[in-house]
Design a protein around this ligand. Structure first.
Ligand SMILES: O=C(O)CCC(=O)C(=O)O
Ligand SMILES: [Fe+2]
Length: 290
């Protein structure tokens, strides 16, 4: 039997796992950088973070965190992140899944998902860019729109926090799925969602997933998590990605200070982001609430 291509599996299932996108040296550099960033967010007031209790921005002042935002920020001083984000390994897969050329790659967001320190926390079932109260016909329209972005999770430690419903990125919810995803309570048992599977990653593995796949996640202070969470766009989409990206404050990415930390391909990708941001007028529109 002929093996399906990465892209065919991604298009069909809405997610695909890739095993070898981090070299041994990169794993070491990224893990060390991540440990230092974690100290900053937990103990030294790094302001860009995801607070426990909030699923989407704007985040709150709750001190416990489940994510470190903007890890390419010059003030963090960790060049390993931008280096890996713009590596051949990542960009080759990005080009394949986005179906675009080198010149079309657009820099977007790079965050790290970490375990909370003091609370269990969970993200309820959601699609990143379609509201849970969308009607079936609104959902069909939203899921048929071409995508111009990809996102991925790369685990630095074994990670089984994420759950997805394979194929749901192109299918409106069934009545039973709708009931569960309308609940504002965190899922007690994610596998009770019809069709759900757990996405278990070994350290070093990456899952690329369509942002509109039905997904949720559960976090526990007792299980170490540091998972690189990033997205990248195809600038042929014009302002298509603006709502998604600009709901996070990217003002720090504008200007010379950040640009000067980037090299070669990364600078070219950055130019696409800045163009999109200025064409969108820097408008920040929140797409989801919680
Ligand atoms: O924790 C995860 O792996 C998923 C995060 C997520 O779904 C989100 O940030 O919208
Ligand atoms: Fe999500």
């Amino acid at each position: 039997m002929v093996q399906k291509s990465l892209k065919a599996r991604y298009l069909e299932d809405g997610y695909v796992i890739v095993r070898n996108l981090v070299s041994e040296q990169e794993m070491k550099d990224l893990t060390e950088a991540c440990t230092r960033a974690e100290v900053l967010v937990r103990e030294a007031g790094w302001p860009f973070r995801r607070s426990v209790g909030k699923q989407f921005p704007p985040y709150s002042d709750e001190p416990d965190s489940w994510g470190i935002q903007h890890v390419m920020h010059p003030a963090l001083g960790e060049p390993a992140f931008a280096r890996w984000y713009s590596s051949d390994a990542i960009c080759d897969v990005a080009k394949e899944l986005l179906g675009c050329s080198e010149e079309d790659l657009q820099m977007e967001l790079f965050n790290i998902l970490i375990n909370p320190e003091r609370h269990d926390f969970a993200l309820r079932w959601h699609r990143d860019d379609v509201k849970e109260d969308a009607s079936e016909s609104e959902e069909v329209v939203a899921l048929n729109v071409s995508q111009y972005g990809i996102q991925w999770n790369t685990a630095l430690y074994d990670d089984d926090c994420l759950f997805v419903v394979p194929g749901s990125h192109i299918m409106p919810r069934t009545a039973a799925q709708r009931v569960q995803s309308l609940s504002l309570d965190p899922p007690k048992d994610p596998l009770a969602m019809p069709g759900a599977i757990k996405v278990a990653l070994k350290a070093g593995e990456t899952v690329f997933y369509n942002q509109n796949i039905l997904h949720c996640a559960t976090y526990s202070p007792s299980k170490k998590r540091a998972t690189l969470h990033a997205c990248m766009g195809n600038c042929q989409g014009g302002s298509f990605r603006a709502r998604n990206i600009l709901q996070h404050d990217v003002s720090w990415m504008k200007g010379e200070v950040f640009r000067a930390t980037l090299h070669g391909r990364a600078q070219k990708m950055w130019e696409k982001l800045i163009k999109m941001e200025s064409e969108a007028g820097g408008t920040i529109v929140y797409s989801q609430t919680n």
